[in-house]
Design a protein around this ligand. Structure first.
Ligand code: PHE
Length: 365
């Protein structure tokens, strides 16, 4: 037997013996790689005389083809064996019960915001938004709270450093802050949309305040209606319809008290009646009252600040805490727990993701 035939039978034997793709790859590199035995033989062809090459050429190329096709056939065989083995072992019994898997819940604040959007959408309100990083003008001045107004101090505002002031159209510096209420969305809506306007604006607000009923970040929802001939009667009907739908009771009683906000005139604070059932306060009836909303007729100066004529356009606005509404409806007593991210609390108070609030199904279903 010639050397080439010896090499060929030893390589074919090695291919046959390779029982994993890695072992086969090692044989391939040994034979056909840059330093491989077959590659070395192919290189010798260059130095041969034409006569010699005529004899050796077909022999060496024949060796290369035999090794190449041997490897390809073995590779296909190994791969199909591996696949068959996986198919045989990876069996899934679809009749077994599903394993217990962790399930997330919808946070009560998100749920209540969805409930509110659903209730107000039914009354023709759109949802509006504004930035949480606001400027002084939208958060205060345009809402008739000038620089020196004591209401600014009451808001416990988080201001940004002066270096972060942004330039307005006139190049003057605008002091930036975290919005202290959702009322600046009133201004942003009135300056960007033509009346008539009917919007609600839910979102995060910030005040430097912290105890069992106050957190530095909390949620409010703002409502704004601007149209011709709007009066307090429209405000009262809207709030009554909203609160009855939200608490899902017809015996919700409202009490309107005169109050003061710089951006509404007259201003009205809204209380809702409660009854005491087994020592707990339940909304409905009138054994006692709790404050739920601030509201009023939009101040002429605010309408003017937004470039509208207050003799043509009037409206009402209201604002309330979303977290507080959630606490009242679903019976939580510590606001701080809302933002702890404690999974046990969320499992207890959270909502199934499929419980999408609808008016027909009861908003809090
Ligand atoms: N922005 C007021 C607050 O944060 C609430 C309010 C909104 C009052 C709209 C009247 C009208 O307390």
């Amino acid at each position: 037997m010639s050397d080439i035939e010896v090499l060929k039978s030893s390589l074919l034997a090695a291919i046959d013996a390779a029982d994993t793709p890695d072992a086969l790859e090692a044989v391939r590199i040994d034979a056909l790689g840059k330093q491989g035995s077959v590659s070395a033989l192919l290189k010798t062809l260059g130095q041969m005389s034409p006569e010699e090459r005529q004899v050796q050429g077909p022999v060496i190329n024949g060796l290369r083809e035999a090794v190449t096709s041997g490897i390809a056939a073995k590779k296909a065989a190994l791969e199909s064996a591996i696949l068959n083995q996986r198919l045989a072992t990876e069996r899934l019994d679809m009749t077994l019960p599903a394993p217990e898997s962790p399930r997330g819940t919808v946070h009560p604040v998100s749920q209540v915001m969805d409930e509110l959007a659903e209730i107000f959408a039914d009354m023709g309100f759109a949802v509006a938004e504004g930035p949480e990083i606001e400027d002084d003008w939208h958060n205060f001045s345009a809402l008739n709270i000038p620089d020196t107004h004591p209401a600014r101090a009451m808001h416990d505002t988080f201001y940004f450093p002066d270096q972060m002031a942004q330039k307005d159209e006139n190049g003057d510096g605008k002091k930036m802050l975290l919005r202290t209420h959702t009322s600046p969305v009133q201004i942003r809506t009135m300056t960007s949309q033509e009346p008539p306007i009917r919007i609600i604006a839910p979102g995060r607000v910030y005040r430097s305040d912290s105890d069992a009923t106050h957190t530095p970040m909390f949620h409010q929802i703002e409502g704004l209606v601007i149209d011709k001939g709007i009066h307090l009667g429209h405000l009262k009907w809207t709030l009554e319809t909203f609160l009855k739908a939200f608490f899902e009771r017809d015996d919700v009683v409202l009490r309107l008290r005169p109050s003061y906000f710089p951006f509404t005139e007259p201003s009205v604070e809204v209380d809702v009646g409660y009854s005491v059932v087994k020592g707990k306060r339940v909304i409905g009836g009138s054994e006692g009252w709790m404050e739920v909303l601030g509201s009023g007729m939009v101040h002429r100066k605010v309408i003017e600040a937004c470039g509208l004529d207050p003799d043509v356009w009037q409206g009402f606005a209201f604002g309330t805490g979303v977290d507080r509404l959630a606490m009242l409806k679903y019976g939580m007593d510590d606001l701080r727990a809302f933002f702890d991210g404690d999974n046990r609390w969320l499992q207890h108070y959270g909502f199934n993701a499929l419980d999408v609030p609808t008016l027909s199904g009861g908003v809090g279903a």
